[in-house]
Design a binder for this molecule. Sequence first.
Ligand SMILES: Cc1ncc(COP(=O)(O)O)c(CNc2cccc(C(=O)O)c2)c1O
Length: 291
Amino acid sequence: GLTIYLDGEYLPEEKAVVSVFDHGLLYGDGVFEGIRAYHGRVFKLKEHIDRLYESAKSILLEIPLSREEMQEVVLETCRRNNIRDGYIRLVVTRGRGDLGLDPKKCPRPTVFCIAATIQLYPPEFYEKGLEVITVPTRRNVPEALNPRIKSLNYLNNILAKIEAGLYGVQEAIMLTSDGYVAEATGDNIFIVKNGKLITPPPHLGILEGITRNTVMALAREKGMAVFEKTFTRHDIFIADECFLTGTAAEIIPVVKVDGRPIGDGRPGAVTWELIHAFRELTKVDGPAIYP
Ligand SMILES: Cc1ncc(COP(=O)(O)O)c(CNc2cccc(C(=O)O)c2)c1O
């Protein structure tokens, strides 16, 4: 079984339990990160930890470890599970309280870290590309619950995922309340038009993805023009290429949206070039797990 980090201890998974009074469970009151390990390194670990602390600050949740201590928790949890290539879930909740929702009743946040092997997406997702639809469920509005906070509140994303399933497709694209394209349920979205990369700006109300930011940097290093601009479904339909980015998915081509084939209906050349560049980067980026 796995060894789990929980509140300062490394425990066998059967002992790694949280209280039924934990506000992460009762109210989704908490933040998390999904991180990948490749080739014995934890990819973009600093960026993930920085985002975790930003999300926590935004909900006035004080994490009881320093960023350096948190980095060591992630690396040590990987070591104790012999992870060289895997998936890490890092979670901080408001902690155990009473049945009221008042965070003041939670004296100490719960912190846990899971490091496990990862179920990869089947290769054909990348070779053939995904068919997706835009769904009725809109992305949370920033003025209510800002999607830039990676919180434990994923019901908005889950409802969109359910709607994709109802139509027999694997992924859903959520629009903003104004009808602009926001993101998928667990991934950011890019379109390619005349060699230019376009992706929604974070302030639109999306998670500022680390894979998104990495792909933007890789594209710019290759001399491609990259724009953060709002766009609509029509812009996707007339795009040359479309792809999604996320920690679990990495970079996945999208070849059909709402029944419209994108480009020639097959993964595009720019998408493939970025997939290869990303895979190269995963070989060298991030702190080594083992000395
Ligand atoms: C709503 C949303 N948007 C974009 C992303 C991509 O962000 P990153 O490039 O930083 O990962 C996410 C993150 N989504 C995410 C993260 C980790 C695991 C899984 C999973 O599908 O198991 C999904 C997300 O939840």
